[in-house]
Design a protein around this ligand. Structure first.
Ligand SMILES: [Zn+2]
Length: 243
């Protein structure tokens, strides 16, 4: 069984490498998913802000129209002052000029306040767009990197699977099946070391008789009674580790 255990350990090393290749790819995908979601939400925010800005600018146009109308009225009234015939007319024109002046002044104030708001929103929008662009660039960079590395991962994985096939050839198929089944249920570890009677997979004590059998090297594979992983014991240096 020692030889079988030694091979299983090598197979497990390959399996862990294959798993970590897959995880690397998953990590990329997760980062891209996150960025994609951020891009979408920032894009929506920017679009809503553009809409708000367009409404403000329209409001601003309306105010500017009102200011222009007041100014026109004032200059027309001022022209009429030259041909005024009596006090009553003078009073009427003066009153109109005053009211137009007041309207213009109010319009100017509203315009100033609105322009400040527009400017504030424009600054914020520019910041969001800048962020959006930076995220987009990061997304494009990751996506390019992912494409470039995919081939490498695929061929590395295939190579490892071939190496695995070669390694497992001398091992009884039912043992490989058992190892595979435990590995798939136990987070990728189907075979673990027992160190001082403690299973290094689930860190519980195993019965001393199993430990003794492991140390001696038995004909049958031993499993941890708690996590069911296949077990191997520390051996005198070189026997299991030396490959
Ligand atoms: Zn265990």
């Amino acid at each position: 069984m020692l030889e079988t255990l030694r091979i299983l350990e090598e197979i497990q090393r390959i399996d862990l490498e294959i798993k970590s290749l897959g995880e690397e790819e998953k990590e990329y995908m997760a980062r891209m998913d996150g960025l994609g979601a951020e891009l979408e939400s920032a894009g929506k925010t920017a679009a809503a802000m553009e809409e708000g800005l367009a409404a403000l600018r329209e409001q601003l146009n309306g105010i500017e129209d009102r200011i222009r109308e007041s100014a026109e009225r004032i200059s027309k009234d001022e022209g009429r002052l030259n041909s005024v015939k009596n006090d009553r007319e003078l009073n009427a024109i003066t009153k109109e000029i005053n009211s137009a002046n007041k309207a213009r002044k109010q319009g100017e104030q509203e315009k100033a306040a609105l322009m400040a708001r527009v400017q504030e929103k424009e600054t914020e929008l520019a910041r969001i767009k800048e962020e959006l662009q930076a995220r987009q660039e990061e997304f494009d960079r990751l996506s390019g990197e992912l494409e470039a590395r995919k081939e490498g991962w695929k061929s590395a994985q295939e190579e490892k699977l071939r190496a695995r096939d070669v390694k497992k050839a001398p091992v009884r198929p039912d043992i490989i099946r058992k190892y595979d089944m435990i590995r798939s249920r136990r987070g990728g570890l189907g075979l673990v070391l027992v160190k001082e009677e403690i299973c290094q997979g689930c860190f519980t004590h195993i019965p001393p008789q199993i430990y003794i059998m492991l140390k001696k090297g038995t004909e049958e594979l031993q499993s941890c009674p708690h996590c069911h992983r296949l077990l191997y014991a520390e051996l005198p240096q070189g026997e299991l580790e030396a490959v």
